[in-house]
Every structure is written in C-alpha cells, then in structure tokens.
Design a protein around this ligand. Structure first.
Ligand code: HEC
Length: 143
C-alpha cells in the first residue's frame, strides 16, 4: 500500500514536470519595422544669383518708399520697367547705369516717365560706388 502511494505521488510529480516543460514560449510577434516616410522636401527655392544677393543687400538699406523692388521686378511688369528690359536698352544704347543712378546721365528707357523715377535718384546719389556697382551688375546680369 505504501509503495503504491509513493508510486502515485511520483507519477504525479513526473506528470507535472513534463507539463511545465511543454509550456509554449510565447513568441512576441515582431512588429513589422516601420518604414519612415522620407520628409517631404520643400519645393526647391528659386536660386538667387550672387548678383541678386548683393543687389538685395543694397535694397535692404534703402527706405521703404524708395525700394527699387517695389517698382521694378526682374522680368515681370511693375510700376517701372522690369530690369531685363532696362538691361536690354542699356546694352543696345551703350548706357551707363551707375552714371544714371548718380544723376549724371539722362533716362534712356522711358524718358517720358522719368519724373516717377527722379525722386529715387536722391537716394541712389548717396549710395557708395560699391553699392551702385552692385545694382548695375545685377541689372546687367539679366541681359
Ligand atoms: C516709385 C517707383 C520706382 C522706384 C521705387 C524705383 N524706380 Fe526705377 N524707375 C521707375 C520708373 C517709372 C521708371 C521709368 C522712367 C525712366 O526710364 O526713367 C524707372 C526707371 C529706372 C531705370 C532706367 C532709367 C532710364 O535710363 O530710363 C533704372 C536703371 C532704375 N529705374 C533703377 C532703379 C533703382 C536702382 C531703384 C532703387 C534705388 C529704383 N529704380 C526705384 C520707377 C521706380
């Protein structure tokens, strides 16, 4: 009787042992690696030429009312002739932009509307030669 009891006890232990061993290891389901979307690149900014950069630095120093960029654009129509047009006329007629901005040369692009530009010459006359050259170089770069 004692032996049978021991045997049953032993069997019970043995069964318990195997049951534990058989426990399934839960494998963590691996989450699929998230594929990072590449950051959307912003629309490429229009390239600013070194000439334009230097020109804009000069315009920065000018009072708002006389800012060249208010009336003149590179290629679009504005209050004043666009700079591409100014560059073309100055090239064709052999004009000197710096001399015009110093008040030493007559208007050759739209002389009949010079009165609209005249007040700005009071500003440009006071600019340094370096600044005037930067303005002229930018306008010429648009030829
Ligand atoms: C309020 C508007 C206005 C502003 C500001 C202005 N302009 Fe003008 N500009 C005009 C008009 C209008 C003309 C056309 C009349 C003329 O040809 O002189 C003109 C003409 C010109 C011309 C051609 C001149 C020619 O030979 O006929 C140049 C060069 C010029 N501007 C440069 C500049 C620069 C540089 C600045 C900034 C310092 C400037 N303008 C600011 C209105 C403006």
């Amino acid at each position: 009787m004692k032996k049978t009891l021991l045997f049953v006890l032993f069997l019970g232990l043995a069964l318990n042992f195997t049951a534990c061993k058989g426990e399934k290891k839960e494998e963590k389901a691996k989450e699929p690696a998230k594929i990072e979307e590449p950051a959307k690149t912003e629309a490429a900014a229009p390239e600013v030429s070194p000439e334009e950069k230097a020109f804009l630095a000069v315009v920065d120093k000018i009072d708002p009312a006389n800012k060249c960029t208010v009336c003149h654009h590179a290629t679009n129509a504005g209050v004043g002739p666009n700079y591409t047009e100014v560059a073309k006329v100055y090239k064709e007629k052999g004009g000197n932009i710096v001399q015009f901005l110093k008040g030493n040369a007559e208007a050759i692009v739209l002389p009949e509307r010079f009165n609209e530009m005249q007040a700005n010459l009071e500003v440009t006359k006071k600019l340094s030669g370096e600044d005037l050259n930067a303005i002229a170089a930018y306008i010429r770069s648009l030829e």
